[in-house]
Design a protein around this ligand. Sequence first.
Ligand SMILES: NC(=O)c1ccc[n+]([C@@H]2O[C@H](COP(=O)([O-])OP(=O)(O)OC[C@H]3O[C@@H](n4cnc5c(N)ncnc54)[C@H](O)[C@@H]3O)[C@@H](O)[C@H]2O)c1
Length: 335
Amino acid sequence: VALKVGVIGVGVIGQDHIRRLTTVLSGAEVVAVTDTDAARARDVAAQYGIATVHATGEELIASVDVQAVLVGSWGPTHQQYVLAAIAAGKPVFCEKPLATTREACLSIVEAEVAYGRRLVQVGFMRHYDPAYRAVKDVLEAGELGNVLMAHCVHRNASVTHSWTSDMLLNDAGLHEFDILRWLFDDDIVATQVLKVRQNADAPAGLDDPLLVLMQFRKGGWANVEVTMNSHYGYDVRTEIVCDRGTVALPETESAVVKVNGQRSFRVSADWRERFIIAYDIEIQEWVNAATAGTATGPSAWDGYLATAGAEAAIKSLNTGALELLDVQERPSFYA
Ligand SMILES: NC(=O)c1ccc[n+]([C@@H]2O[C@H](COP(=O)([O-])OP(=O)(O)OC[C@H]3O[C@@H](n4cnc5c(N)ncnc54)[C@H](O)[C@@H]3O)[C@@H](O)[C@H]2O)c1
């Protein structure tokens, strides 16, 4: 029998996850939705034949028909829903960020530890991307030796005028704080953000691009260019430098065309295109774990550390200095 899923927040990513739960993946059925935009919730329910539209997220979580919860609403609303799901003992997938402040993330960590079993998976889908996994496999095989540095790029084609400089760090950049911890198999201890000459086409006052430096406990460093107005497409790149070689994400999974003296391949338009397979694997693994009453993959602890990294980076954007991450000791629960 299929896992009965309730979805809170049916905007861009909420609808995309409903689409994959309904038409791509197996083992789950979306039985309920809610959104503060009630008309949108009704439209999405009608489109996918979803039985129930709840007035609030709390009502959806409490419903006996809902066995597992997917949170796709705005970041500042995540904490209340994840805490309610833990209180109800229901597995919960939470889109990134886990919560928008360190303290809010910590409250979730503490609630899950007190509950005593993992219930939370955070939407860091890069962990499921075949290219990132291939890089991780090479690093784990050990032939290259220790990880020393990473050179990374995170470029978006364009952004709306509602984007702020902080969002380059706690929205787009958040993924980098998470995935680089995973690839380095080490914690980030400090970060510094350098302002760069502003892109002529960036909205006035938006610090775009930014250069983000991350220092790791064992002494490694990463540099990440975050750009929101590349114009040419969505481009995520990582090269990891080790003792005896380097390993990098492939430039493309599309066909490479050579014609008229030029070599070319398609660049993804946006994150949905670039990570479509990662999202499918991510949500299927969530369904599988939730069916067993638990969660795997990126944890509440990972969500806490990523938000802590972004918070320190925002501080550095304002001070210009290298800023230490202010984090707790890792509970043995997450070892
Ligand atoms: N993993 C990724 O790469 C990725 C990609 C895109 C978005 N996201 C995350 O997903 C979340 C949603 O992003 P989006 O692009 O879909 O935004 P969106 O604005 O398209 O959708 C958010 C929806 O949540 C609803 N909402 C807001 N507050 C609510 C509340 N309290 N209760 C119920 N519904 C509420 C809004 O009405 C809207 O329909 C964000 O946290 C974002 O960072 C993650």
